[in-house]
Design a binder for this molecule. Structure first.
Ligand code: FAD
Length: 422
């Protein structure tokens, strides 16, 4: 586009990053009557929000933890754990982060986490269904909950704390024997397994298509979308300015919603947050002998999930601690596949290449939602870790209310970026 045809346009807010979090924030801002520019270097929903397991989790009251049992640690060290794989140099670099993460996983940490996350989880499913209804995305949603599978008594006992909190917060679940599980999911090889059925969660058959539908809803309702590199964000005449592909955009408010890349921009603006990356992979398979699944299942001890999707059974892996931008490591997926085949006849892979995504993670497993404590007019909605697909709609609504000057309908103090201010 020539300089003559470029627009210069003023907005109320520019939202930087169009994953589930950015798209939901932009859509809610628009619904509050604000002029919104959503900006991404790619088409919306092509990073972590594309390739996840698609679970909208009503439960989840204990922060994610790294394994600590000696045998688990040995498995990780020998590269035989499908739950966690590590690059030693990255682990050394992340030591302070890992210490804080370990502290947050203590009993006291879990208590604090559960109090902050419980109100968000209480609304997460309904927030999704509301957006889905108004953006023609409801066809991707399925009820029926999801399953936690356990291969050992130790694994089952270790997860009792999650069920304890579920009882405290009134979240329904069923404990399943091997035969209950076989009846519920006949495609699984249920021998020797125990399971917990989380009844109130839902899931989607295509997370990327859901983000795309929400984004189309945003455009239909008058939102604007531009391609651009958010790292070029600057200040001019008391406003934010970003030179995008077709527009020179100005706005008094900017929202950083760039997932694992948020640190790139925040660093340039002189703001530091302990945001680490946990990488994960997926591949789709056509099951053998007509086997199927009717809901996502997660092998808790081995860290992988199997989700029925529009493109076959999606196997998503556990956590890899490695540099965000390093090439994918196919060994991680290979190991998860080997473990998954004990449970389900995965059959032929349906993609030429494996998919890799980056979960943006804070040590307390809570996102950053609110005003920057340092930079006026800058807002953060990032760091959703393992839960961004679940929480994108609700944190988008909460942040939109704050920017519009309204009182959010839930207490957001525990999510404030100021908790990391030094
Ligand atoms: C294997 C796996 C399984 C998962 N399963 C689940 C699940 O079942 N349920 C759940 O709730 N969560 C799950 N998650 C987590 C969830 O996917 C993430 O938390 C969520 O997608 C993060 O969303 P986001 O919008 O913050 O980031 P992203 O979706 O990564 O979006 C960030 C956006 O910022 C853009 N961007 C980056 N840099 C720039 C730049 N310089 N300029 C402009 N734009 C830029 C990117 O292009 C991208 O569109 C899973 C994650 C993985 C990896």
């Amino acid at each position: 586009m020539t300089a003559k045809t470029r627009q210069t346009q003023s907005f109320d807010v520019m939202v930087l990053g169009a994953g589930i979090v950015g798209v939901c924030t932009a859509l809610h801002l628009r619904r509050l009557g604000l002029d919104v520019a959503l900006i991404d270097r790619k088409h919306p929903g092509e990073e972590a929000s594309f390739g996840n397991a698609g679970i909208v989790q009503r439960n989840g009251f204990v922060p994610h933890r790294m394994p600590t049992r000696p045998l688990q640690l040995l498995g990780i060290a020998l590269g035989r754990s499908s739950a966690v794989s590590v690059d030693p140099v990255t682990v050394a670099r992340l030591l302070p982060w890992l210490k804080a993460y370990h502290r947050a996983g203590s009993e006291r940490g879990a208590e604090a986490y559960s109090r902050i996350i419980a109100p968000l989880r209480a609304f997460a499913v309904d927030e999704h269904l509301d957006l889905a209804r108004t953006t023609n995305a409801d066809r991707f949603y399925r009820q029926g909950g999801w399953l936690h599978l356990f291969r050992s008594e130790t694994g089952y006992r270790d997860s009792e704390i999650e069920r304890q909190y579920a009882r405290v917060f009134g979240v329904a679940y069923d404990e399943l024997t091997e035969s209950d599980l076989g009846a519920l999911e006949p495609g699984l090889q249920a021998d020797g397994l125990r399971a917990v059925h989380w009844l109130e969660s839902c899931s989607v058959s295509n997370p990327g298509a859901v983000v795309d539908a929400y984004w189309r809803g945003f455009i239909r309702e008058g939102g604007r979308y531009f391609r651009g590199d958010a790292r070029k964000l600057g200040r001019q005449r008391g406003s934010w300015r970003l030179d995008c592909e077709r527009c020179d955009a100005f706005a008094p408010h900017a929202v950083v919603a760039m997932g694992a890349w948020s640190v790139d921009l925040l660093g340039l603006l002189g703001e530091t947050y302990p945001l680490a990356v946990k990488r994960g992979y997926h591949m789709h398979y056509r099951p053998r002998i007509g086997a199927s699944l009717s809901r996502p299942v997660v092998d808790v001890e081995n860290g992988f999930a199997l989700t029925p999707t529009d493109n076959g059974i999606r196997l998503t892996t556990g956590v890899e601690l490695a540099p965000r931008d390093a090439p994918p490591n196919p060994a991680v997926l290979k190991l998860a596949k080997r473990r998954a085949e004990d449970l389900f006849p995965l059959g032929r892979s349906l993609n030429d290449e494996i998919w890799m995504g980056s979960r943006p993670c804070l040590p307390d497993s809570l996102p950053l939602v609110g005003a920057s404590p340092v930079t006026p007019g800058l807002w953060l909605n990032s760091g959703h870790g393992h839960d961004g697909f679940t929480l994108g709609p609700i944190t988008g609504r909460l942040l939109a209310a704050m920017i519009a000057g309204n009182r959010p309908f839930l207490d957001t103090a525990g999510l404030s970026p100021a908790r990391f201010a030094v």
